[in-house]
Design a protein around this ligand. Structure first.
Ligand code: NAD
Length: 484
């Protein structure tokens, strides 16, 4: 392993280099290792959030028109829950454990000792700019690392606020912030880190992984994709539609685990459309534009892309939009068959709404013949980050659990697994590498180091050293090694 010496000050010409150098200096000082220091920094992170709740809410409103209720639930509350959970369990996770040794290595002792990795880079997207920056940070600090944070330049108010607050709550430089876009991130990625946590698109995820490979830096990649829904539950139509609408249109659909498209049988489409229409009105009122609870699209580029997705569809709910305020109503669409023999939904679908990640308030309903057919659709392309199943049939639920692969499966709801602190959160295949939250963050950002101690007497290792003479002693050692 390369030595963890501080970068020389002459190299610290850019903010990126200076930040990494400073974070490495603090790590090398050993000050982040004691449990008490880790807990102190977690409490500092907690204080940063609690003492600045109003400023955080204001920044989220400015960046995404995120109302107070949603901000509290999906950004502030969920991050505080992660910090508190970590503080509660830190001592237990940090304990070294006895490790097993084969008979042939006795007498001796082995322990498994968790150790911090070093300096961790956290790169966040704009859609949950507080949660997706500070939630991984809790795990990074708990494991005894220092951190460099790169907030998204597309959520500028949140980015500026975090950059202003972090030095106040981490005056020793254990957490540093580097603001900026592609040039600054590229400069950061050229530095050597001990781990990189990236949340964002698969395209940039590939850029990050390539840069990490230069330094053999391990990565956690939290990516996106199209998360499908299977709906066949007429019995709970209203309830299911309400949950689908909530999961989809929260944060105006700009959620990595938002339902991307709903598959159901053709006979259920009209009832589902009606129920979704009612659910949207119940949740955000007859005109969501006038309320404080419905978000806006992050910028004009994304707005234009999403409005473009409505073209060539039959809009059955919503569809209205206003560019001046980047508003797009919660919209449900049907996509007429292209009649060219191309599949309805999948990587080769004719319409982009059925091909690319939507990441906005447009929800296509895709009629498929059966649950088995829906399983074939899911398996026909990238493994999704989440899969949602609304079915009162245990057989159908099992079918999706056992015959598809995804970051998570949730029956009867959407989004909620992201709030379960004890469960690993992450993707599989194209939807991500690695997972975090709670103890899984601890595992991701620590190294479990085996430490062995072998007494010099009696000298049992003599039996494993040459010259080897075939005899009962050697055969005994071989037998003991095989038994483990
Ligand atoms: P993005 O990949 O465009 O940007 C993410 C971060 O990477 C930003 O901080 C940005 O500054 C940086 N970046 C952008 N281009 C770069 C480049 N060429 N080189 C280096 N760095 C670069 O993603 P986004 O638009 O902010 O977020 C949307 C995507 O993130 C969606 O695909 C969504 O599904 C995914 N996402 C995943 C999760 C998850 O937990 N798995 C959560 C939220 C969003």
């Amino acid at each position: 392993m390369a030595p963890t010496t501080a970068t020389t000050t002459t190299e610290s010409s850019s903010p990126a280099r200076a930040a990494v150098s400073e974070a490495r200096r603090v790590f090398d000082s050993g000050d982040t290792r004691p449990l008490a220091a880790r807990a102190r920094r977690l409490r500092a992170l907690r204080a940063l959030i609690i003492e600045n709740e109003a400023a955080i809410e204001a920044a989220l409103w400015s960046d995404l028109h995120k109302g107070s209720g949603e901000a509290q639930l999906t950004e502030i509350g969920v991050t505080l829950a992660e910090i508190d959970h970590t503080l509660r369990h830190l001592r237990r996770w940090a304990r070294s454990r006895r490790g097993p040794l084969p008979l042939a290595l006795l007498p001796g002792r082995a322990r498994l000792v968790p150790e911090p990795l070093g300096v961790v880079l956290v790169i966040a997207p704009w859609n949950y700019p507080v949660q997706l920056l500070l939630d991984p940070l809790a795990g990074v600090l708990a494991a005894g690392n220092t951190a460099v944070l790169k907030p998204s330049e597309l959520a500028p108010a949140t980015s500026a606020l975090v950059a202003r607050l972090v030095p106040r709550y981490f005056p020793d430089g254990a957490v540093r912030v580097v603001e900026g876009g592609v040039p600054e991130t590229t400069e950061l990625l050229a530095q050597r880190f001990d781990h990189i946590v990236f949340t964002g698109s698969g395209t940039v995820g590939r850029v990050v992984m390539r840069a990490a490979a230069e330094h053999l830096t391990p990565v956690t990649l939290e990516l996106g994709g199209k998360s499908p829904v299977w709906f066949d539950d007429d019995a709970h139509l209203r309830q299911a539609a309400r949950r689908i609408a909530w999961a989809k249109f929260t944060n105006a659909g700009q959620t990595c685990i938002a339902p991307d498209y709903v598959m159901t049988t053709p006979d259920r489409v009209p009832a589902l459309v009606d129920a979704l229409k009612k659910a949207v009105a119940d949740l955000w009122g007859a005109d969501p534009r006038t309320g404080d609870d419905y978000g806006r699209i992050v910028n004009e580029r994304q707005f234009d892309r999403l409005v473009g997705l409505l073209e060539g569809t039959e809009v059955v709910v919503g569809g209205d939009h206003a560019r001046a305020e980047r508003y797009i109503a919660p919209s449900v669409v049907l996509v007429p068959s292209s009649g060219e023999g191309s599949p309805a939904v999948g990587p080769d679908a004719a319409h982009p709404v059925l091909r690319d990640e939507i990441f906005g308030p447009v929800l296509p309903i895709v009629p498929v013949a059966s649950a088995e057919e829906a399983v074939r659709v899911v398996n026909g392309w990238d493994k999704p980050l989440a899969l949602y199943v609304f079915s009162s049939s245990a057989r159908t639920r099992r079918l999706f659990e056992q015959r598809t692969s995804s970051g998570a499966v949730v029956h009867g709801a959407g989004l909620i697994h992201a709030a379960a602190t004890g469960l690993p959160f992450g993707g599989v295949g194209a939807s991500g590498i690695g997972a975090y939250h709670g103890v899984h963050s601890w595992r991701a950002f620590s190294h479990l180091k085996p430490v062995l101690r072998k007494p010099l007497t009696p000298d049992t290792l003599r039996l494993a050293q040459p010259p080897f003479t075939d005899g009962p002693a050697l055969r005994l050692v071989q037998r003991m090694m095989r038994r483990g």
